[in-house]
Design a protein around this ligand. Sequence first.
Ligand SMILES: Cc1ncc(COP(=O)(O)O)c(C=O)c1O
Length: 385
Amino acid sequence: MIYLDHNATSPVRGEVVPLITPYFTEFIGNPSSVHGSGRAARKGLDEARRKLAQLVDVHESQIIFTSGGTEANNLALMGVALQANFNGHLITSAIEHPSILAMCDLLEQRGVAVTRIGVDSQGVVDLNALEEAMTPETFLVSVMHANNETGVIQPIQQIAQRCRQAQVIFHSDTVQSVGKLPVTLEGVGADMISLSAHKFGGPKGVGALVINNRLALSSMLLGGGQERNRRAGTENLPGIVGFGAACQLVGSNQRKEYERLLGLRNQLEADLSNLLPELIVFGNETERLPNTTLVGVAGLDGETLVMNMDLAGFAISAGSACGSGRTQASPVLAAMGYDGAVGQSAVRISLGWSSQREDINRFAPVFARTVKRLQQMSAPLTMAV
Ligand SMILES: Cc1ncc(COP(=O)(O)O)c(C=O)c1O
């Protein structure tokens, strides 16, 4: 199997695994315990926090470890909305991850006014719409750094600047950009950013919300005083240690890995476009993550293509969602104006640390052959006379 679905999850990096295992066998204490076992566990927790703090250039006290990107996103929105007593106005975009959009739906039901701003045909959020949406009641803006389906990078520095002017809290979901771009809290210009370890070679089920310490944030999980009273519950120590190790690995090689992935992705798109001149590459006229390509061929069904590629030994994913038996264009593509025959055909190929040139060389011809076979199968039959 050739794995080309790193935006869904990246395999844990080989260097990370042996660093985690002692936290199941040797360092078995609770980091909050005062005895030697507890202190050894605390040391692992502190070191991991230091490594993450270094990657995103913050003080260790600014990190709240969570169970992943979903919880970090939920906490960012709910934590601020609780402080505001569910009064006021929140702005987000139509292309956010469901962990933002579903939380916005809940907050709306609780009384928060929510505006979901749209994107252009390249998948870039509309800054004019943001400007128009801002009101004196706006207390929070949440716009992702890079989209998980298209890889399109959003103009977050401009959004951050506008939020600063208006004294509005700005949160950015950087789950897809950390590990693929150099991301720091200050560079993004946000008050809060969300991270997830499993998107860049760390374990699943661990992430963080990194915040500006001046920000008042209510906790969602109540109980013990962990994470400076901002997220109760005994820490997922093996996961956090693996997260820290992945942060260190990413930080040591960012520029070279960016160039390597970009080279592979550009070769992939060039090969596919040569073999399939009708191929659409979504968002390719704007800045994207170096590892992501979302492509489509009008009339094909993305889900069917993904299943056929799986049988051929390649893991990719569909950019479309299948609901009640009918494949629909994803909300992201629908927001970009692609519905129907083009939107439903989209498939995402996302590269990562384990991807090699050989993977691309093998993938492109099989993909093109599969597309052509599916096209022939779905072509209307012509009757011989
Ligand atoms: C942009 C984005 N945000 C948030 C998440 C959720 O992260 P996690 O899987 O760690 O909950 C994902 C994962 O798919 C994502 O792509």
